[in-house]
Design a protein around this ligand. Sequence first.
Ligand code: 13P
Ligand code: ZN
Ligand code: NA
Length: 283
Amino acid sequence: ALLSTTSMLEKAKQDKHGIVAFNVHSFDSIFWVLEAAADLKSPVILQTTVGTVKSLGAKNIVEVAKAASEHFNIPTGLHLDHCTDFEVIKEAIRAGYTSVMIDASMHPFEENAARTKEVMNLAKSLGVNVEAELGKVGGVEDDIVVAEEDAEKAVPGECKQFVELTGVPTLAPAIGTAHGIYKGKPDIDFDRIAEIANLVDVPLVLHGGSAIPDEDVRRCVSLGMAKVNVSTELKNAYSAAIRKHFEQEPDSLDPRAYLQKAKEAAIDMAKSKIQMVGSEGRV
Ligand code: 13P
Ligand code: ZN
Ligand code: NA
């Protein structure tokens, strides 16, 4: 069965390690991520954006994630990433997602809190985890596009007020990371993370986890960021493996051949991220 990510992340926080939430874009990649997690005996979270829900179907994603988690026998959560649409949140919960993100970070504080509360009212009684974002994470994640100059860090006092007001069990404060690959080095505000973690008890979420030096991610985890989102590096790794396959064998027509290379690249990348957050051997 798929687990609520609330208890997974609370436990991870207590045990002082992170859990990677991998964005998956295809049914195959669900199996690849869970194989990597099983090889390393690690809990893991699968997440999909709204674009992936539209492309694959919420119910299908749930069925495949369930089948894969039972096959590999690994604690698995299934999360809806960056959703602005209440209808899609309802659809995901009805289909069996165990966690949803209501991303109302583009709205003022009060509106963000009101929309988050609305989702809490729906999710809480069903045991579904809820994640909200404060501040604005820069970069591009599917439909969510925030220009660098519009990125905004979360205000620690507002984080405290927000958690008290909404009761949200997981919070993603913007602290200087961005979606996608960085042009320079990410300017992570570690002091701000410490300040926020000091004011709120809930597990925090690190967005934009691709292309951050491992030691910086570990420092974020040690400060209370229990969920580490990784999308770009995973999909780039297996897309590049497929591209390389066709460069070397332009006439190749066997999906098992190129998907095998994609799988190997995805598993290698997923394992390195699992090792980065310290969740290896926690099952
Ligand atoms: P990256 O694409 O930078 O890994 O960010 C992932 C993310 O935050 C998904 O919500
Ligand atoms: Zn994100
Ligand atoms: Na990133």
